[in-house]
Write a protein that binds this ligand. Structure first.
Ligand SMILES: [Zn+2]
Length: 270
């Protein structure tokens, strides 16, 4: 089996996780910038985080032969503080041309507030000005449907952004069509309980097909499983999906989306 982990918060993981992922066939891991589990007190905290994502984590992954890529932004939760968010937005261009930066993400909304929306629009403008891919975080639970619609509208209002260069992540049964119908990609996040479990994700694939769709584990600092993607692939096998269909979903699709950024390269030995 080969797979790409297109959304993993590896700074939260131990080296055994890297070893397990590579052993299971992981060919590359991509790490969006996100909330650290606590609010950072200054833009300097984000500067250090961006250094960690672009300098230190790729070196740690390389020890296991795994290419590590990243995305940059201030996450929606901390975007509620507009002053802080604008300071962080101002330092992103200093990092954007680094060799492992794939785009702007994971941006989006958390509680669908005016402040979050204002900072989301500034991120979209930043992506447009620098011709960057966009990775979107959608809100949780009762905020997800409204938040997904607000995000999709905000991106569609920006004519410089082509929809095929945007992935709406954390989709569920009630939001997947909103993303796909607008021409975006959609990501399913495999959590043990919330977001998508493996059976729910496979149901979604069976209902909506496997075009412009990927799966990720998020594997962050909370309850999450770094091997969720290959384990879901095994579950797909049990449910009769072909090896080719599984390979498309967990390897070819993320490779196609991420390959729109010329910096994204896979090991040639796969
Ligand atoms: Zn995330």
């Amino acid at each position: 089996m080969r797979f790409i982990e297109p959304h993993g918060h590896m700074v939260s993981r131990v080296t055994d996780d890297y070893l397990d992922m590579v052993t299971a066939g992981c060919a590359a891991v991509c790490e969006p910038a996100f909330w650290a589990g606590f609010d950072r007190s200054s833009a300097q905290g984000f500067y250090d985080y961006f250094c960690q994502l672009t300098e230190h984590e790729p070196k740690r992954a390389a020890k296991f032969g795994l290419p590590h890529y990243t995305w940059l932004c201030i996450n929606p939760k901390e975007s509620e503080n507009v002053t802080l968010a604008e300071e962080v937005l101002a330092i992103i261009p200093d990092f954007i041309n680094r060799p492992t930066v794939l785009g702007i993400g994971e941006i989006g909304l958390n509680k669908n507030t005016r402040n979050e929306l204002k900072i989301l629009e500034q991120h979209i403008d930043l992506a447009a000005r620098h011709d960057q891919l966009i990775l979107v975080h959608t809100p949780h639970l009762e905020d997800k449907l409204k938040g997904t619609r607000l995000i999709v509208d905000a991106i569609r209002n920006e004519t410089r952004i082509r929809p095929e260069r945007v992935i709406i992540d954390h989709v569920e049964e009630h939001t997947v069509r909103i993303a796909l119908d607008a021409g975006f990609w959609a990501g399913m996040t495999l959590y043990p309980e919330s977001k998508c479990t493996a059976p729910r994700a496979i149901d979604l694939v069976e209902n909506y097909g496997n075009e412009r769709l990927w799966m990720n584990s998020a594997c962050d600092w909370g309850v999450s499983v770094p091997l969720a993607v290959p384990r879901t692939a095994l579950e797909m096998r049990r449910r009769g999906h072909s090896l080719e269909a599984i390979d498309k979903l967990i390897f070819q699709n993320p490779a196609r989306f991420l390959g729109q950024c010329p910096k994204f390269k896979l090991p040639t030995t796969l």
